[in-house]
Design a protein. Structure first.
Length: 410
């Protein structure tokens, strides 16, 4: 199995840090709550909390490496603070997010390079996932953000692909596989400085400087603050996405320090150092319906390319549909179809040949999923994925992966 698919043993839910964060947040919110009580009721309090719990039962029902069901989960506690209301800091907000992941690793049975479940992790533990402050500027037309930040929350993201469970629909695998510990995405973020400017009605330009060594409180090495491994530079420009219009965006990224080659080594046996860089283009387009209509259909497509030297991939693409309000009388019902394909580079294929494996040039997966809110707080989502040539390995049977996801939000 590829090194990208290495997993550790399941862990147990660590509730101590969760309780500690809850207590700290309550104590921190107390002064703002007292001030609000003195000034009268406020429809939007200075401090807002949200809690979500996602539980998946997932398993390969045909093909892959083995047929076995796995359980995994994701617990998230978020706090958002309007710093102007809380302490008079005009135009500033704070966002914090604690997460805990536990359970098993379904990709051990599927054997893919890209993964099959977007809450699967290699280390089961509690983490301080996000902690950033954002300051608006120029009457809200611009903003600066600094802190531990999920890059995929704003960069290289198709919002209409968000229902799909396969990790490749979150961020392109050719970027997700880079960096010493991955870029600043789930499950470990990095110290980031991000700037964003809006242009006209729907245009925007955003750029970020991201610590190349991702790590947060809860990871073995904690938070890296010295940028000793350099930085990931990324920029994205786009337009659309408002008033029922489509969205078109493109981005480029590059690491300031050279990265380890995926295969080649020096005479001393150390990896050759290579430039790691790439680019992407994404599109979203409403195809039917409007915000007030009985049914809405949105199409999405995305393609990305990279250097092909510093990860198993030299690019890939994703495309699909999101259908909202699928059933009459079920306003929260959603159906989504998606297909993704990773382009496996020559280095990964040569590494496979050295290990006696016959690796092809692509890994392709199809996914269909349906979600519906059955109570005010609970959503049920069955999901099917069909992976063609997992890890590109011609000796692994195509894998059919079935998942049932339960999501509780408050």
């Amino acid at each position: 199995m590829s090194s990208l698919c290495k997993r550790t043993s399941p862990g147990r839910l660590n509730a101590g840090p969760v309780r500690a964060l809850v207590l700290a947040a309550i104590l921190g919110a107390a002064p703002a709550a007292v001030a609000a009580a003195e000034d009268g009721p406020d429809p939007e309090p200075a401090v807002q909390f949200s809690l979500s719990y996602t539980a998946d039962v997932s398993g390969v029902v045909d093909g892959g490496l083995s047929r076995r069901g796995r359980f995994l989960d994701d617990l998230q506690l978020a706090a958002d603070i309007d710093l102007e209301k809380a302490m008079g800091w005009e135009g500033a907000t704070f966002h914090g997010l604690l997460l805990n992941n536990s359970g098993a690793m379904p990709n051990d049975a599927a054997g893919t390079l890209q993964g099959v479940d977007n809450i699967e992790v290699s280390r089961q533990r509690t983490r301080l996932y996000e902690a950033w402050v954002e300051q608006t500027l120029a009457d809200g037309r611009a903003s600066l953000l600094i802190g531990l930040y999920d890059l995929n929350s704003e960069f290289y993201a198709n919002d209409s692909a968000g229902l799909l469970i396969a990790p490749a629909f979150g961020i392109g695998s050719e970027l997700a596989a880079t960096g010493a510990n991955g870029p600043s995405i789930f499950p470990s973020t990095a110290l980031t400085l991000r700037g964003r400017v809006t242009m006209g009605e729907t245009g925007y330009l955003q750029a970020a400087v991201v610590n190349a060594n991702a790590g947060v409180l809860g990871d073995p090495s904690g938070v890296n603050l010295d940028f000793d491994g350099g930085a990931l530079l990324i920029a994205e420009a786009g337009m659309g996405g408002m008033g029922g219009k489509g969205r078109l965006a493109g981005g480029v990224w590059r690491y300031t320090d050279r990265q380890d080659d995926w295969r080649d080594t020096t005479a001393a046996g150390t990896p050759v150092q290579q430039v790691s860089q790439g680019a992407y283009l994404l599109l979203e387009q409403p195809l039917m319906g409007d915000a007030d209509g009985p049914r809405q259909v949105t199409g999405f497509a995305r393609i990305g390319v990279s250097d092909g030297d510093t990860s198993p991939f030299h690019g890939g693409w994703q495309a699909g549909l999101l259908i909202e309000r699928v059933l009459d009388g079920r306003p929260d019902s959603q159906l989504s179809f998606g297909v993704n394909q990773a382009w496996i580079n020559s280095r990964e294929r040569a590494n496979g040949a050295d290990a006696g494996r016959d690796i092809g040039s692509t890994e392709t997966a199809l996914e269909i999923t349906y979600a519906d809110r059955v109570t005010p707080h609970l959503t049920i989502q069955p999901d099917l994925q069909y992976v063609i040539r997992p890890s590109g390995d011609r000796d692994i049977d195509n894998a059919l992966v079935a998942t049932v996801r339960l999501r509780w939000e408050y």
